[in-house]
Design a protein around this ligand. Sequence first.
Ligand SMILES: Nc1ncnc2c1ncn2[C@@H]1O[C@H](COP(=O)(O)OP(=O)(O)OP(=O)(O)O)[C@@H](O)[C@H]1O
Ligand SMILES: [Mg+2]
Length: 288
Amino acid sequence: MDQAQKLRDIVNDINDIEEKKSKLDIDAKVITISSGKGGVGKTNFTVNLGIALSKLGNRVTIIDADLGLANVDVLLGLIPKYTFSHIINNEKFIEEVMTEGPCGVKIISGGSGIMELANLNGTQIEFLIDSLSRLNEISDYILIDTGAGISQSVLSFVKAATDVILVITPDPTSMTDAYSLIKNIHDEDKQINLVVNRVESSKEGQEVFSKIQRATDKFLGVKLNNLGYIYEDGNVKRAVRIQKAFSIEYPNSIATKGVELIAYNLVNKENKINRVNKFKLFMNKLLK
Ligand SMILES: Nc1ncnc2c1ncn2[C@@H]1O[C@H](COP(=O)(O)OP(=O)(O)OP(=O)(O)O)[C@@H](O)[C@H]1O
Ligand SMILES: [Mg+2]
């Protein structure tokens, strides 16, 4: 293929992508769940938030962008057949890659596909846009669980997301790591929400939130949204051991109540702000 033809193809590709992007006006809510430090309870929170949102009448899809071992499938005892990799390589439709989790929550495993995101060619980007726009049509909430130790690919999700939930614990290193992450990802389009996990009291949760909020406000000019707290609860560990979601296995536990209140806060907050074009914004930023 001569050079000119190559260039024409690239321009055509880009035009196609632009056209596809402009069609993405529908408004699933994309929320990336992240943390500065690993092991703070992101995956447990994501799964149980998904269940709680589903119980409130929402269609929920979880994308597991965690490359580690303690991921969504393991937590729920599911064995996914396909991963994100099959989507970007056009081997499977997005519906085929989804596994059904509790309460109708759909799960997509990232697998090695997440690493591949950093180096997609034009065609793969098209597949990705097609799949994600399809996902947008069939979901009200798309929750992206990111792993510990943020890779470049995962960081691109976090940076693209219009909404991020940072999970922190009262542990001082969790707080300083959360601050560093906020410093890295904040921008004017992004709403950064905090969930304080493993608290002993709501007073403790409030104090942790206020501490971080004071620092980000003072040094970064970033205002954070307090979504709520989850108590330290032995039922979480028990549920993890038997590979069940704690809110299914222990619906009356104090951890379940915390997550349900957070889901409620999230939906309520959502009703108050304009969701139009948020998905488009997410896609545009991700592509950049
Ligand atoms: N509210 C809680 N009460 C008690 N234990 C908890 C709570 N939340 C999380 N844990 C404990 O922390 C462990 C790690 O949780 P989880 O796997 O969800 O963290 P993670 O942030 O996703 O980890 P990673 O960074 O490795 O992905 C759980 O297996 C559980 O034992
Ligand atoms: Mg995890």
